[in-house]
Design a protein around this ligand. Structure first.
Ligand code: SF4
Ligand code: SF4
Length: 419
């Protein structure tokens, strides 16, 4: 197998430091993000098919970054190939087919490829047209994939993509925990923590209760719409966003904490930037909120959590939102934690393989990506892989074999240290 096991063992480039991202500021470019495919038509052709986007370009060992390309083993699955297909559709040289649509969906939209491209416009905007091509596939009647249609139906009927009963959404709430109905701060739990990784929801509530912070869980919380949006179904995703923002406004909240990377990006970025819904509510991911409180002294980490861990960057808070420092800063403050980095970290992190609708529709690719990340985590000799997203945690727990390494969410370690 040409897997990371052998590859990662050879990679010892700048362990623990990562490689600094080229920081291209939005104002350096004429174009906006979150636009349709027409908006980017004049820059797609700039791709020189050099293949640099396949691997970490500064790494002498060329660590691979693209789960789709490495699994598909064909140029079409890498960003360079997808650029050519995008250009072909734009120029009317190609027509949509089931196979063409499948190539665009067999990609976790992790954006690791875009970080490697040295052409500034592609570096900054290629992820936008990867997404916009899904919107086009839906318009042309070729997307989303059948499994993604099924979970969208569940969202329509039950307000979660798992097909679980809406009325049991908050069944996890501990009987001895408390919330304040009039609080201005809400904890947006999200579907995965509500139904699959309930420990994250419980830990987050325990943290807020221990700190004496007034909060509430929104009575009518439903899916944030991220799984719908990420599969190109923008019209329905917009409706979900509008309904959610109306519910937020009616509840009187001024600030929302998330513990899911996908919910965080949806509420903070996709709602205002893609759908133009300027809700004015402050959105904070749990590590940001905890770090802010550590800095102002309202939170103290007390208990020793004796553990060597490695941190996995969720794509939705990492490459999509640029949040790399906050989770690490929080973890490093926990007494007894030794944080070691995987070779591919921060903007070069290998995706866990669950996002972008991949886990629902392409199980083999999803498992391939997860196993590669688990092997890379084991290679650090850490006893646990820690993330800040229930989807990543669920993906790791599903694919870890024989207790080879533990997997936790950052909320679980914070709960341990503040008890
Ligand atoms: S996207 Fe950039 S790195 Fe990838 S093939 Fe095109 S020019 Fe090269
Ligand atoms: S977004 Fe991720 S999976 Fe998709 S082409 Fe880029 S690196 Fe590969």
């Amino acid at each position: 197998m040409v897997g990371v096991v052998s590859m990662a063992k050879k990679i010892r480039y700048i362990r623990g430091t990562g490689i600094e991202k080229i920081d291209l500021k939005q104002e350096d470019h004429k174009l906006d993000k979150y636009k349709g495919i027409e908006h980017y038509k004049d820059i797609v052709y700039q791709c020189g098919k050099c293949g640099t986007c396949r691997t970490v370009f500064q790494d002498v060992n060329w660590a691979r970054v693209c789960p789709s390309g490495e699994f598909g083993q064909f140029e079409a699955y890498y960003l360079g190939g997808k650029n050519l297909l995008t250009w072909g559709i734009q120029q009317n040289k190609l027509k949509w087919t089931d196979n063409l649509a499948r190539i665009f969906y067999e990609c976790s939209l992790c954006l690791a490829c875009t970080q490697q491209c040295q052409i500034p416009e592609l570096h900054t905007y290629a992820g936008e047209w990867l997404m916009a091509m899904r919107e086009e596939a839906v318009r042309a009647g070729y997307g989303p994939m059948p499994e993604q249609k099924q979970y969208t139906k569940y969202v329509e009927e039950l307000h979660n993509p798992y097909g679980e009963k809406n009325e049991s959404r908050q069944d996890w709430f501990p009987s001895d925990a408390f919330q304040s109905p009039n609080a201005k701060l809400a904890y947006f739990v999200g579907c995965t923590s509500s139904y699959r990784e309930k420990e994250i929801a419980i830990s987050t509530v325990r943290i807020l209760n221990t700190l004496g912070i007034d909060f509430k869980i929104l009575e009518n919380e439903s899916c944030c719409g991220s799984p719908v949006y990420m599969t190109g179904q923008v019209d329905y995703a917009r409706k979900i966003a509008e309904d959610n923002v109306e519910m937020f406004k009616n509840s009187g909240v001024e600030k929302i904490i998330t513990s899911c990377a996908g919910c965080y990006r949806a509420l903070k970025d996709i709602y205002p930037k893609k759908f133009g819904i300027k809700h004015g509510i402050e959105i904070l991911h749990l590590p940001e909120f905890i770090l802010r409180n550590l800095k102002n002294g309202t939170i103290k980490f007390k208990q020793n959590v004796n553990m060597k861990i490695t941190y996995h960057d969720p794509c939705h808070i990492g490459r999509h939102m640029g949040m790399y420092k906050e989770p690490r800063a929080v973890l490093e403050e926990i007494p007894g934690i030794e944080l070691v980095e995987m070779d591919r970290n921060k903007h070069n992190a290998w995706c866990c393989g669950s996002g972008g609708g991949v886990r629902a529709a392409f199980k083999d690719l999803s498992e391939f990506a997860a196993r590669e990340r688990i092997e890379e985590a084991k290679d650090t000799d850490a006893s646990a892989i820690v993330s800040s997203c229930p989807f990543c945690l669920n993906q790791f727990k599903t694919n870890i074999k024989n207790d080879e390494i533990k997997a936790y969410d950052i909320s679980q370690l914070i709960e341990k240290t503040i008890k």
